[in-house]
Design a protein around this ligand. Structure first.
Ligand code: SF4
Length: 276
């Protein structure tokens, strides 16, 4: 069986940057997980004593606080700044961008529409920068009964599919007089998605590696499954099952933007060890 890697996969610029920052910030705490990958978070803790905290109160014992790649809510950032702690900002610049855009647009009187998952930390963070009332939508259906006013500005969660974003944009253009569109979808995600789409057409089994709570990994899995019905989403080599590879000739591999190379390598090694 041939093992084929996607042309683009794995760590993106924002995650590489955040890990680099964390490795240089020994004994710091992150507020919320730095990235969506448990294994890498455990490595940072055991090797660099970078701890993850989930509650702002737990940060009281730390002098140094790292802001995760997805960013945090504006008020919480303000509170941390006022508490006198050293703030190390690892928010990905592609996430800071929509935060700035929505703040500016809402100041200019535009109704802000955010396309994304309202429970995702990135979306919660972006939403907190809107000074009027933002609307968060996951599909066009969420917009149809709403009064949108005469001027709107629309941004997307960085990990969303462009085709879905276009549906929202098209609806807005048809229904609102003035629409400001900001394509805030991150290229890293897009490139990984394109490559997964291409590879999954040729593969008869696809392994998607990444955190099961990672939005961009889940998107890759959806894309892979659309072309290859034998697609599996796994976090570590322990989840692999030899049966998946029986009588397959091409195994495609892709990985989410928070998946480190060392995990991917371990998985490839284990697949190679199977007698298929
Ligand atoms: S996927 Fe894009 S937006 Fe998210 S951390 Fe990576 S580079 Fe930044």
């Amino acid at each position: 069986m041939e093992i084929r890697l996607a042309e683009n996969y794995g760590f993106c610029f924002g995650v590489k940057r955040a890990i680099d920052i964390a490795e240089k910030s020994k004994n710091a705490s992150t507020y919320g997980p730095l990235i969506h990958n448990k294994e890498e978070i455990n490595r940072l803790e055991s090797k660099f004593n970078v701890k993850t905290t989930h509650d702002i109160k737990e940060l009281e014992d730390s002098d140094k606080v790292i802001i995760r790649t997805h960013g945090i809510v504006k008020d919480e950032l303000q509170k941390l700044k006022e508490s006198g702690k050293q703030i190390i900002d690892a928010t990905c610049p592609f996430v800071t961008k929509p935060q700035q855009i929505v703040q500016q647009m809402s100041q200019e009187g535009y109704r802000v529409i955010i396309f994304g998952d309202e429970n995702h930390p990135e979306v919660k963070g972006v939403k907190s920068y809107v000074i009027n009332k933002p609307i968060v939508v996951i599909s066009v259906d969420d917009l149809t009964d709403l009064y949108l006013g005469s001027k709107v500005a629309v941004v997307s969660q960085t990990t969303r599919k462009i085709s879905e974003f276009m549906k929202i944009v098209n609806y807005l253009i048809e229904n609102v007089k003035e629409v400001r569109v900001f394509n805030t979808i991150c290229n890293a995600t897009f490139e990984n998605q394109e490559a997964a789409f291409k590879l999954s057409k040729d593969a008869d089994v696809m392994i998607v590696i990444g955190g099961k709570n990672s939005s961009n990994t889940k998107q890759l899995f959806t894309i892979a499954s659309s072309n290859c019905k034998d697609s599996y989403l796994i976090e570590t080599e322990k989840e692999l099952d030899e049966k998946w590879f029986k009588e397959k000739s091409v195994c495609g591999i892709t990985a989410g933007a928070s998946t480190p190379d060392w995990i991917i390598e371990k998985i490839i090694e284990k697949i190679r060890s199977f007698s298929v």
